[in-house]
Design a binder for this molecule. Sequence first.
Ligand SMILES: *Cc1c(COP(=O)(O)O)cnc(C)c1O
Length: 360
Amino acid sequence: MTHPRLRSAVTDAAPKPARPPGAAPVTHVPVTHVPVTHLLAANENPYPPLPSVREAVVAASGGLHRYPDMAVTELTTAIAERYGVPPEHVATGTGSVGIIKQLLQATCSEDDEVLYAWPSFEAYPHLAEIAGVRSVRVPLREYAHDLDALADAVTDRTGLVIVCNPNNPTGTVVRRAELERFLDRVPGDVLVVLDEAYREFVRDPEVPDGIELYRDRPNLAVLRTFSKAYGLAGLRVGFAVAHEPVAAALRACSVPFGITGIAQTAALASLRAETELMDRVSTLVDERDRVVAALRALGLPVPPTQANFFWLPLGDRATAFGEACAAAGVQVRAFPGVGVRVTIGEPAANDLVLEIAAKF
Ligand SMILES: *Cc1c(COP(=O)(O)O)cnc(C)c1O
């Protein structure tokens, strides 16, 4: 039987990273005999959407027979105003994962290289693979980006460099001076992407805001998302801020009508409710600091984190810890042989994690 030709980059690609069990939608109504399950595996916001956001979503559902605004005009304008950038510098996508795909399409031809630290966000290798782009991974040092090694690894083939700040899954950050030194070393014709999915959880004043850094750097793009701090992971809205040629290329690579009208409306409503949402973020930040301090008091070497999750470098014991959590009704993200990433949830969930860790 003859099969249609398919790109080998796609057919040879490893399967997509398995969806962390914590990301599974909770569709059942909890009943008393089912143990409470805390979903701490996908760095989601534990708080459900605000009533004002839900109301906006319900109202927008009346327009479901229409295509959404393909240019995402209102949301783009609101983002531009919020961050003090020209609307031409904003490109939206179906989550920042969608934008990373657009970035690869916009910068790399087959056999070009995308450069990033490792371990970092699991979507990077998968998206590179199906694009036919070679991944060059630079190992973390002390759980953090080794920016000198990353700059050393830039070659003529490098089409894109990704710096995840704070880094998923370790939560570690790069600070202003080292990042600026790094950016000064990367040739101006190579695009650097600063993935700031967890920016709103950062409290370290030495961690630069990418949207300040990009202003005089035409080869820097900054990624933000509504999935984490804004609690809209289920609606898929992210955006990039970059100078016009890059932002325009990203818009050209977007899936037409990719961001639904409901998603655009919900993101707008979330920007309007920002004060309320950032109060929740502060609660999560306080919880993060409390949990990390307690884990260190237990003797666990938790790397410093500025995100809504922390990293347990458990090596060979990672899987066992993941299983102990699952048995107690907590879903975490274990990377076999490496470590475990645990999302900060509501206090009760965090307490349970501390109990499990104390017994482990
Ligand atoms: C969660 C996450 C994102 C956000 O993905 P969305 O597609 O916007 O939901 C992006 N980058 C990193 C590093 C993440 O951890």
